[in-house]
Design a protein around this ligand. Structure first.
Ligand code: ZN
Length: 406
């Protein structure tokens, strides 16, 4: 268990801190301590923000069981494509080309992500082997390395950009390049906030308190990109994958229809209870992602689980909490695996009577966001995966009442 504690900080940072902007500090050993939701009034939408201050419940997705209910799409996400892989998020061009060629050879149906969102919302089926391509941050390589291949395959992609960086230097895309790519009909431009901060832990800046800054990051990025690109911005990708309930509510209030995490699982209408449209899963592709893993990501299916615990997007103050889910799907129990922070395999046990697959940490989980991913293979040998995230937070110490002194 010590191994987990040593690895979890770094690994969780890999898992959760996948994307990094030019100026963002490296995500290293600073433990993740999401701030509690601040007590700012919730807005009910851009249009009505000046008059209403009522709280807005997060939309709970409809769990579909009919046609389309079990369909899924793998949202594959890269960052920079470069010959100089100086960070784990940088993919060499030859590897990237190999990954796209693999998708092509394996008959992937590469879809525009917004189209998949709309099909799932409407309860309609997705094509088999549906895959979506995404690129975070707005690196120049989206234009120099990615765009030529998109044109070659005639495949769509979604770019998540943060306006503060666009047209700011040689490593960044320019607005003109974004326009050219959008004009091709292959590229959607969506929001990755205004300045790419860690939304959970960011400090007040430029005279803005936390609530004002969160509003700036979520609302103003959407408005800015819409004004620059002339198209609606409906999606948000959380920088580093960090979010909490308050941020999800504010993202929804800002008018986003979907918000994307880095919880490693397929996106399907098969929501685990507690998941929302503001906490959708994606797979980050790193320079060391093997083609085997890439294949499991691209063509894996959703695993049917229930009673996921700690609940998706929930917070626990028990740092040695059991982590579990009931396995409802058709999967060989012997092939079940649980991973924390995407890659750290843990020794979880399956109970055939209750069908619960659970893991009890022997040492404390650090404070912060934890992602859980459970995978297994069905009789046909297909990989199935379920993923969610929860937050560990230290309990607030109870104040010891002072005894009155005479
Ligand atoms: Zn990023």
């Amino acid at each position: 268990m010590r191994v987990i504690c040593l690895l979890c900080v770094g690994v969780a940072c890999i898992a959760l801190g996948g994307c990094r902007g030019k100026n963002a500090a490296p995500v290293t050993s600073n433990s993740s301590v999401p701030s509690t939701a601040s007590a700012t009034p919730k807005k009910t939408g851009v249009a009505s923000q000046t008059k209403t201050h009522t709280s807005l419940p997060l939309q709970v997705p409809k769990r579909l069981t009919g046609p389309g209910g079990k369909n899924s799409i793998a949202v594959l996400t890269w960052h920079r494509i470069s010959e100089r892989p100086d960070q784990y998020t940088v993919t060499p061009p030859s590897k990237f080309a190999e990954e796209l060629a693999f998708l092509h050879e394996e008959g992937a149906n590469v879809m525009r992500l917004q189209d998949a969102v709309e099909l799932i919302k409407a309860g309609k089926p997705l094509p088999e082997r549906a895959v979506s391509l995404g690129f975070d941050d707005g690196f120049k390589s989206c234009y120099t390395e990615v765009f030529p291949l998109l044109k070659q395959y005639n495949w769509p992609a979604t770019l998540y950009i943060y306006p503060d960086w666009i047209s700011s230097g040689s490593g960044a895309l320019t607005w003109a390049e974004l326009h050219e790519m959008q004009k091709s009909g292959l590229v959607d431009v969506q929001s990755h906030t205004m300045g790419h901060p860690d939304l959970v832990r960011m400090k007040p800046k430029k005279g803005m308190n936390y609530a004002q800054r969160l509003r700036h990051e979520l609302f103003d990025s959407k408005k800015t990109i819409e004004a620059k690109m002339g198209r609606p911005v409906t999606q948000l990708a959380y920088p580093y994958g960090f979010y909490n309930k308050h941020i999800m509510q504010q993202a929804q209030a800002a008018g986003y229809e979907s918000a994307w995490t880095v919880n490693a699982g397929p996106f399907s209408s098969h929501f685990i209870r507690g998941e929302t449209w503001m906490s959708l899963p994606r797979y980050l592709i790193y320079r060391n992602t093997t083609i085997d893993r890439f294949s499991r990501y691209a063509f894996g299916k959703p695993l049917d689980v229930s009673r996921a615990y700690p609940a998706p997007n929930g917070t626990t103050t028990n740092s040695t909490t059991s982590i579990s889910a009931r396995i409802d799907g058709d999967v060989d129990p012997k092939t079940l695996q649980m991973r924390l922070a995407v890659i750290q395999k843990v020794d979880a046990k399956y109970n055939p009577k209750t069908r619960v697959f659970s893991y009890k940490p022997m040492e404390e989980l650090r404070e912060g966001t934890w992602t859980v991913s459970i995978s297994g293979r069905d009789k046909a040998g297909r990989t199935k995966t379920a993923a969610w995230a929860f937050v560990v937070k230290k309990p607030v110490p109870t104040a010891i009442p002072e005894t009155e002194t005479p």
